[in-house]
Design a protein around this ligand. Structure first.
Ligand code: DCP
Ligand code: MG
Length: 242
């Protein structure tokens, strides 16, 4: 079977450079094309750190992270960037037009592709309402758009790259529940072959995930579907009730 799009963490332990204790301990899981894997856990549990190891923002101190069956430290960084899109927790917009921000240097993307990405990200209507549409200017840091609009533009930017793997770090938190649900439904329709890893705070964002990893203090303490975890995981129940 092809390993294209398969993400595997194998006994991964990670500490930030210079830090004494690890922020991730013995993390193992596999995410396959067509699947959505969700990661949930309290603030500081290590969710962002976990995602950061796939695009090699950092490397583990023990264990391996594999993409397409190959350890990521054996892959070219440019190749990883092509295959993996990370929507960061603090999405970054720069001073320039919406089109510039969506293309992010990918000059080959057509306007039609930008609009398609915006439609999936539930961002097409607010862009259309702007006088200059795709040519409207974004201020440095995206200060002239709302938090939810910023998130949707950064999700659209990820869609434009057509990656095999999407990493969403709390990317739906500024959206209202209805927009969040519409966006994820549209995402599922257009990324049927992609591998999706979602970090989320809101339970409703992840109830449909194929597998949920419950992260606590750098460890996966429980895993399963929403229904399974409701039965088996006190940590998950606490999160649901909070
Ligand atoms: N940490 C660190 N150096 C960094 C980033 C984080 O020492 N450059 C520490 C802070 C936390 C731990 O690592 O103790 C885990 O941080 P994460 O950002 O991975 O935690 P989460 O993403 O789970 O937290 P949040 O839900 O607040 O985003
Ligand atoms: Mg985080």
């Amino acid at each position: 079977a092809s390993l294209a799009g398969v993400v595997e963490y194998r006994n991964v332990t990670f500490a930030y450079p210079g830090a004494e204790s690890p922020v991730l301990s013995n993390i193992s899981f596999t995410a396959r094309p067509g699947q959505t894997i969700a990661i949930i856990g309290s603030t500081g549990a290590g969710k962002t750190s976990l995602l950061s190891l796939l695009p090699r923002l950092y490397d583990p101190v023990e264990g391996q992270v594999l993409l397409d069956g190959v350890p990521v430290d054996q892959l070219d960084r440019a190749e990883i960037t092509k295959r993996v899109a990370l929507v960061p927790q603090r999405p970054y917009l720069f001073s320039g037009t919406i089109a510039h921000n969506l293309r992010f240097g990918r000059t080959e993307a057509t306007d039609q592709e930008l609009w398609n990405a915006l439609r999936v990200a539930q961002g097409d209507s607010f862009v259309r309402e702007k006088t200059n549409g795709l040519d409207s200017r974004i201020a440095q840091g995206g200060t002239n758009v709302s938090g939810g609009q910023r998130q949707r533009l950064c999700i659209a930017r990820a869609l434009v790259t057509k990656p095999r793997v999407y990493l969403f770090d709390d990317s739906f938190s500024a959206l209202d529940v209805a927009t969040d649900a519409r966006l994820r439904a549209a995402l599922k329709d257009t990324t049927t072959d992609a591998t999706v890893i979602i970090v989320a705070q809101r339970i409703s964002t992840i109830t449909g995930a194929d597998q949920i990893l419950v992260l606590d203090n750098g460890r996966i303490v429980d895993r399963g579907t929403h229904e399974e975890l409701l039965e088996t995981s006190p940590t998950y129940q606490e999160i649901v009730e909070s």
